[in-house]
Design a protein around this ligand. Structure first.
Ligand code: PLP
Length: 373
């Protein structure tokens, strides 16, 4: 069982916000630049298919995912636009990708050699579209040596029945930082690698959200637009957004139990909260099994526009908050989002948990249903 529909804890996704975030970026790009919406990891926890459909309406021309499985979910849902798998796909799955017109990332020549043998065993397949990854300094996947890249490009050139050399790309490690020294080194390395190719493929791409927002001169002819789709500043707070991004995700729950405790009474595992006087305590049906981390203990939620502290340890499925007074069971609680004049942003949650908003968004489990506005 994945989703708890019969529990008053839910994520709300503002599709209009997603539309705006994509549309604004698309308007800024040169006309012939493709915008591939990065919808991996269930669209950063926002829901793969609904997000993909909104992005398409807003002008996305293709999609990036992390795995072949994610790409197949898009294809099964009649998403016909180009899809690029950003991670390494097992070579045994090359024929599936080719048959579904899904583009794969390739980071070494041997993969292509093995894929050739496998693809040749399945007659009638269209050529498999591949994007060569260049590791210009991310240290994750990709060619680092010009000779190996050139040999692979030549291999692709001589195997056009099996492969369509569709793209070449790199990924930056520091595009979201103020100091551009390392970023510039990566740019130079990528440019030098591309320069050795006898012929450029259709797509040359470097830009994640941060690069497309703050290094507009570098967007080349495709951007891989990810976290900004969801209205989140890729840099956290280090760099200011060139245009307002609108957060798309809110997280709500409600009070399911309210009680008064007295001086000396403890709350939750370890009894880390001990009341000094009479207190009203509300219980919420959300916990670390939902992705609301145990280290969120001590943070606040919004109730009736007022901040209320999470007291005691966050449990697996429940947590407790200190109420200003007795409040009725069923009172709405905002964990991420706006209530009255106040707002708890994903960034605030991430800061409190000593992590990045990406991790908070992706960490919200499928047990929490997503409602689409
Ligand atoms: N490109 C690659 C290769 C990635 O791995 C990612 C995300 O991790 C992205 C693009 C999108 O990055 P962002 O969400 O920061 O826009």
């Amino acid at each position: 069982m994945q989703t708890s529909y019969l529990r008053p804890t839910y994520v709300e996704i503002d599709q209009e916000a997603i539309y705006q975030n994509v549309h604004q970026e698309k308007e800024r790009l040169p006309k012939d630049t493709a915008l591939f919406a990065v919808v991996k990891a269930d669209a950063y926890g926002h829901g793969l298919l609904p997000v993909a459909r909104v992005c398409r309406k807003a002008g996305a021309t293709g999609f990036c995912v992390a795995t072949l499985d994610e790409a197949l979910v898009l294809r099964d849902a009649q998403i016909v636009e180009p899809i690029l798998v950003l991670g390494i796909t097992s070579v045994q799955e090359a024929a599936i990708a080719a048959s579904q017109n899904i583009s794969l990332t390739v980071a070494d020549e041997q993969w292509l050699v093995t894929a050739t043998e496998l693809l040749d065993q399945t007659p009638g397949l269209p050529p498999l579209a591949v994007h060569l990854a260049v590791d210009s300094g991310m240290g994750r996947i990709g060619f680092t040596e010009p000779d190996a890249l050139l040999a692979t490009a030549e291999f692709l050139q001589s195997h056009q029945a099996e492969f369509d050399f569709e793209g070449i790309f790199t990924h930056f490690a520091t595009a979201d930082q103020v100091d551009e020294t390392y970023f510039k080194q990566q740019v130079a390395k990528f440019k030098a690698m591309v320069a050795i190719l006898p012929e450029r493929p259709h797509y040359v791409h470097v830009a994640n959200s941060a690069t497309s927002l703050w290094h507009t001169d570098l967007v080349s002819n495709l951007i891989r637009f990810g976290v900004a789709i969801y209205g989140l500043n890729p840099s956290g707070t280090a760099l200011s957004e060139p245009y307002p991004l609108k957060p798309a995700l809110s997280l709500y729950s409600e009070l399911v139990y309210v009680k008064q405790i007295h001086a000396g009474d403890g709350v939750s595992y370890g009894a880390t909260h001990i009341a000094k006087q009479d207190e009203w305590i509300g219980t919420l049906p959300i916990g670390y099994a939902d992705g609301w981390l145990r280290r969120m203990s001590g943070m606040s939620v919004l109730i009736n526009g007022q901040r209320c502290q999470i007291v005691g340890r966050v449990c697996m499925d429940q947590m407790m908050v200190l109420l200003p007074k007795e409040l009725p069971v069923g009172t709405k609680v905002t964990l991420i989002g706006k209530d009255g004049d106040d707002e708890i942003t994903m960034q605030e949650v991430a800061d409190y948990a000593h992590t990045i908003h990406y991790e908070i968004a992706c960490g919200l489990k499928n047990r929490i249903p997503r409602h689409y506005l």
